[in-house]
Write a protein that binds this ligand. Structure first.
Ligand code: ZN
Length: 319
């Protein structure tokens, strides 16, 4: 995947290409934007452009040995750091290892490119350790912090980095790409594009995994048994977040249908009969409360609350 394969991020990509063309590549970038819009993919494409054996116009060829190694995550000078499995933070040991590594000369490439994927997950200790590297960046090194928002980053980290913004493509564009390039049928493409809030990567994650089927089963279960006979035992935190997001779209759809009486903006457009039945049975107060409680539960999960208790409490309030 070179820059050419990345959709809808033209301003970010042209900024990066220009920086290569002008010989003004920054030592640190923050790739900022919602999940699933191509930030990490762009970081890899940028690493390719910087290390390609035959780069043209600020773009990696995608087929030479360095480009292929970068894509397969086995280039010694291009590394990604993210929270380890079952952890929500980037630990100080991981950062120390990165800092030790980045101060060495490139092993076989032209530039070291280190990507901190999910930079919000840095602890204060980790951020402090990184700060020293940002103040005196090693030559031939580029650090890319991938983040969804700036609020959880140290302002001193932000001020020493160039912020590059990424945006969602929009639901209509995502729907068109899903149909044209991925052969998804129109109704499913419409649901996916709306479920993903117009983020292509997120839509593909839904489409390719079993997520779409899981959504269908969850909604069936909400319709048949109500929310809280559904069994969420043993579900991972990420998956629980996804289920809560799906519930949010479901209750939002019912409320919208109830208030506006039209199916035009429904996310779960393939279930519009069930939405209209539920709209007739549930009060607006109940729906607003459900939406508020689900958002609350999502924020508890983000704060590392006990998942089982949080979900059980939600169930009791809504039953
Ligand atoms: Zn190449």
């Amino acid at each position: 995947m070179s820059f050419k394969g990345i959709r809808g991020q033209d301003s970010a990509i042209s900024l990066l290409k220009r920086s290569i063309a002008n010989g003004r590549v920054a030592h640190a970038y923050i790739f900022l934007g919602p999940s699933g819009v191509g930030k990490f993919t762009t970081a890899l494409a940028f690493a390719q452009a910087l290390n390609c054996a035959g780069a043209k116009a600020g773009e990696g060829c995608g087929v030479c040995a360095p480009c292929r190694k970068i894509l397969k995550s086995n280039h010694p000078d291009v590394l990604a750091v993210r929270p380890e499995k079952d952890s929500t933070s980037i630990k100080i040991d991981q950062m120390r290892e990165l800092i030790r590594n980045i101060s060495l000369r490139p092993y076989e490439g032209k530039r070291k490119v280190y990507v901190i994927d999910g930079a919000e997950a840095m602890t204060p200790e980790t951020s402090n350790a990184l700060l020293k590297t940002l103040e005196e960046p090693p030559p031939d090194s580029v650090l890319i912090l991938v983040a969804e928002n700036l609020e959880n980053l140290f302002s001193t980290v932000v001020s020493r980095s160039q912020v590059v913004r990424f945006f969602p493509l929009g639901a209509d564009a995502v729907k068109a790409i899903l149909m044209k390039e991925y052969g998804v049928d129109e109704e499913k493409a419409r649901v996916l594009s709306r479920l993903s809030s117009g983020r292509l990567g997120e839509a593909l994650r839904y489409a390719e995994g079993k997520l779409f089927d899981k959504r269908t089963r969850l909604i069936d279960s909400l319709i048949a048994k109500g929310l809280f006979d559904t069994d969420f035992d043993g579900v991972s935190r990420d998956e629980m977040r996804l289920y809560l997001d799906i519930m949010l779209t479901w209750f939002r759809d019912i409320l919208v249908y109830k208030e506006l009486g039209t199916a035009a903006t429904l996310v779960n457009i393939d279930r519009k009969e069930a939405v209209s039945r539920a709209a007739a049975n549930l009060s607006s107060d109940y729906l607003c409360d459900a939406i508020r409680r689900i958002i609350e539960t999502l924020s508890y999960l983000d704060q590392n609350a006990n998942q089982k208790l949080a979900v059980a409490a939600l169930g009791m309030r809504l039953s």
